[in-house]
Design a protein around this ligand. Structure first.
Ligand SMILES: Cc1cc2nc3c(=O)[nH]c(=O)nc-3n(C[C@H](O)[C@H](O)[C@H](O)COP(=O)(O)OP(=O)(O)OC[C@H]3O[C@@H](n4cnc5c(N)ncnc54)[C@H](O)[C@@H]3O)c2cc1C
Length: 524
């Protein structure tokens, strides 16, 4: 930043969003030992953090590299495991499965393997599901292999991956990193927000009467939106009519015991198992397991939600004693701010918006929010042109995620409960999704369908979800009409051979975690 730039930034809120923001801005603005920008994080010890985000998206590796932390240290301190993607169970008809990997579809003999697969799918000639057929990651995940091989260094791997982690530990870890580098940390409850004559925020006043001034403020106060409420910037884009899940009950349980003396090999994927009024996440960290039922309060009360979660856990432990569980109930506000950046303040994290965690997007929004901010923040903290750009980019990211999550429900054919029947009979896809679905009846989703937007989920992700849920085109897409089915059968069987050769090179997930952890240093 130049000498005319912002000198002081105050971040209110010390959850995942607050510490990710502090760490990133500090790294961007205060390089080479110079403290050009004073960064202070203020958090209340009266208001708990949400702290339940356990599954992440593969962009988190870019974030961690950008803030300059060792992967091994990060993983050891956050109890992390590795993630290949998401395993969806019972979403289509109630007795099915599909997988959403991070891996991009492989190119075969000059023709994309996806095209070979769709060629056979349209002709009802497929032997394998899309995730089994077009790459390696699904099989590596199901066999509980790591995405890494033993010679890989930090952040390296033949397959793309992300982490499962303890969100509370992640916050503590980033706090340790940030404060060691010079970010100021103040524990104080913001009682009053003082505005200047032109309407911008001047100071945060604590309950004890302390005053904290800054040139620019970041609202990371979660659903409380303390700063944006003071600015009266609370207009909201509500997604609830098409994303019905607005509650969660979460629990932490012990990992299952392995028969004999061996240590349990954690599953390197997130499970999302559809239920009568929502779905359950099921995640293995290195030392514990996290589960939660995301449900709609219109179709389930708390008692029933708890029962569904316990039934699921009971089944998983199949007769073995299920450990003591203390469930935690959470309310979720599903939607996004109309304006994320207003006056000299930006909302990052839950204060800016939230979409149910089916595709692990909470941390993605924080990562994108702070990256865009670092790039746009200039001399004028209230710049209209820069804030308009920021608001349009963040709006697009949320709206596209909304479309993508909606797709998982819209394609389901379940009708075995009031919740699923409501989706089938009452919920209309957003107009953008309707247009795309009409397009995708005719053609395979591809990059040109997303050329006018900013999103986290592109054609690759859409393909795995749509074909995973048996999407059919109204006729053979034009670019496949000349593709011989014999050639496609041959290429898909070649892929099976490639998979068989590749898989033994991967380490088991547990071996990989032990190796990475042994290199890390404990700092919290
Ligand atoms: C059920 C559920 C499951 C989720 N799963 C995932 C997942 O798998 N993956 C993922 O990426 N994300 C997930 N998320 C989202 C993730 O939890 C959030 O994105 C993340 O926790 C960010 O929260 P936050 O920091 O914005 O807010 P919070 O954690 O709510 O933190 C708010 C902070 O503001 C402070 N504060 C509030 N009021 C004041 C005040 N007056 N003065 C001072 N400080 C104040 C609090 O003390 C706290 O420090 C999930 C969320 C939910 C609800």
């Amino acid at each position: 930043m130049s000498s005319e730039s912002i000198k002081k930034i105050a971040i209110l809120g010390g959850g995942t969003a607050g510490w990710m923001t502090a760490c990133y801005l500090d790294r961007q603005f205060n390089q080479a030992g110079q403290r050009a920008v004073d960064i202070t994080l203020i958090e209340s010890d009266d208001v708990d953090i949400i702290g339940v985000g356990e599954s992440t998206f593969d962009s988190i590796r870019g974030y961690l590299q950008a803030v300059g932390v060792d992967e091994s240290e990060f993983m050891l301190n956050t109890d992390a495991s590795l993630k290949h993607g998401i395993y969806f169970k019972d979403w289509y008809r109630g007795d099915d499965e599909y997988f959403h990997p991070f891996e991009k579809v492989q190119i075969g003999d000059g023709v994309n393997m996806l095209h070979h697969w769709v060629n056979l799918h349209q002709r009802e000639m497929n032997q394998h599901s899309i995730s089994e057929a077009v790459g390696v990651q699904y099989k590596a995940a199901m066999a509980a292999y790591s995405p890494k091989i033993s010679s890989n260094k930090d952040y390296e791997a033949p397959l793309p991956y992300s982490y499962h982690l303890d969100a509370v530990l992640m916050g503590r870890y980033l706090r340790q990193v940030s404060t060691a580098r010079g970010v100021k940390h103040i524990v104080a409850h913001a009682e009053h927000i003082e505005l200047a004559d032109d309407g911008r925020i001047q100071s945060i006043i604590s309950r004890e009467g302390e005053r904290y001034d800054a040139d620019f403020f970041v609202d990371c106060t979660g659903f409380a939106q303390v700063l944006m409420r003071a600015l009266k910037n609370t207009d909201y884009v509500d997604y609830r009519s098409s994303l019905l899940c607005d509650r969660a009950v979460a629990a932490q349980v012990a990992l299952p015991q392995e028969e004999g003396s061996g240590q349990y090999n954690p599953r390197p994927y997130t499970s999302a198992v559809a239920q009568e009024s929502g779905w359950i996440w099921d995640i293995d960290l290195y030392r514990r397991r996290g589960c939660g039922y995301v449900y709609s309060s219109e179709f389930s009360d708390e008692a029933r939600a708890e029962e569904v979660l316990f039934q699921y856990l009971g089944k998983q432990y199949s007769g073995k004693q299920c450990p003591n569980i203390e469930p935690r109930f959470l309310k979720m506000r599903i939607g996004r701010a109309e304006k994320f950046w207003h006056k000299n303040c930006v909302s990052i994290g839950l204060s800016g918006g939230f979409i149910e965690p089916l595709e692990s997007t909470g941390i993605v929004f924080i990562d994108s929010g702070v990256r865009f901010l670092a790039e746009l923040l200039g001399a004028d903290p209230c710049s209209k042109v820069l804030s308009d750009r920021y608001n349009s980019m963040m709006g697009s990211l949320y709206d596209e995620t909304h479309n993508f999550i909606e797709l998982h429900y819209i394609l389901s054919q379940r009708a075995d409960s009031a919740f699923w029947r409501h989706y089938r009979d009452e919920v209309k896809p957003s107009s953008q999704l309707q247009e795309r679905l009409a397009l995708w009846r005719e053609k395979i989703p591809s990059s040109i369908d997303f050329s006018d937007t900013l999103s986290t989920f592109w054609e690759n992700s859409h393909n795995f979800i749509m074909y995973g849920m048996n999407w059919k085109h109204s006729r053979m897409p034009a670019n496949l009409q000349q593709l011989d089915s014999g050639r496609s059968i041959h290429m898909l069987s070649e892929m099976q051979k490639i998979q068989a050769k590749a898989l033994p090179h991967f380490e088991t997930h547990l071996a990989s975690l032990d190796r990475i952890r042994s290199r890390g240093k404990r700092v919290i």
